[in-house]
Design a protein around this ligand. Sequence first.
Ligand code: NAD
Ligand code: WQD
Length: 351
Amino acid sequence: MRILVTGGAGYIGSHTALELLAKQHDICILDNFRNSSPECLRRIEKLSGHHFSQITADVSDSEAMEGHLDAYRPDAVIHFAGLKAVGESAEKPVEYYDVNVSGTINLLRAMDRSGCRKIIFSSSATVYGRPEYLPFDENHPCAPENVYGRTKHMAEKIIQDWQGARSDSSAVLLRYFNPVGAHDSAEIGEDPTDTPNNLLPYVSQVAIGRRDRVSIFGADYETRDGTGMRDYIHVVDLARAHVAALELADRHQGTETINVGTGAGHTVREMIDAFSRASGRDIPYVVTDRRPGDIATSIADPSKAYKLMGWKAERTLDEMCTSTWAWQQRNPNGFRGPGHSNPTKNDVRQG
Ligand code: NAD
Ligand code: WQD
């Protein structure tokens, strides 16, 4: 298949690109490098041994999107491009709605023009909000508590309505839980440009000595050790869920919303301990106040993913930590190093 991967230079998109190339798909990565680096694309080419089309563009630019889809004519789109920081979304709501919601509308309009009828969308477990019951299944009511979550929920609804109006189309809305880990090669991984918002990248930077200690945001939750519990999923498992979703979209018309998680939870303390074992380093921490908006526990019921796509997570917590550590050690500054370049908007390179 010809697959347009928006946001394919980012953390989850880059791992998915490698899985798609391994399956001999023809891909085109479209990204504006707002939160990623062209160096990542060079590494994907090196690791996969494949060249692919690359477009530097902004999903907020409706006209450019139409031009790029007209030129590439994808059979399917995997839409990762978006802004994802919960805290920042409260400070810059309009920007978040513009990129995450208007960007999705621009993409759908461009898909219509070019005749593309299949979309896989990166949604988030954050759309559920506070649990009424656990684990979260896909029928759990959605009441997102932050701007970011609302943008994802709106984009889901827009895609669902787009699909409902086109009987020959399909949409798979993947709700990711907590992606962590890195590729086995240690050549690609999560590369936060600023202070990490998420737990594991922060822990990893403490282990390597870039930061002094981890703050545990609250130890008085109703969990087995009082700290927050989450469903962490290895990014390679998550990437493979996209390949499975593409196969589902290819054989099935309609919209499917699917959780992508393991079904198991780990607390903050357990994550720190696991990372300490994997890295062989002490990880100092301090318990602080709860982070506003956090919930005690978030765990997926992943059974629909297995039923519909034959997909389930395979990698262990230790593999999540050892791969993160290997990536961190080999790339202490992420993708930023000598030779890093900043491409101009709308550069196009056909592979
Ligand atoms: P990421 O920031 O690493 O990747 C997003 C990519 O989109 C980046 O390469 C960025 O440069 C690009 N991008 C941002 N704005 C753009 C724009 N206007 N035009 C074109 N490209 C743009 O994030 P990620 O962790 O890989 O997340 C990918 C998707 O999955 C996002 O939509 C995110 O909301 C969603 N998601 C992520 C998580 C998570 O914890 N990482 C959890 C649930 C859902
Ligand atoms: C995990 C646990 C924290 C950092 C977020 C987004 C969600 C999705 C994934 C995009 C919690 C605790 C964290 C730290 C800590 N992203 N923690 N100290 O909040 O479950 O989900 O990322 O879609 O939308 O909300 O992930 O990694 O921030 O936190 O104690 O320095 O670690 O309180 O219990 P979260 P997280």
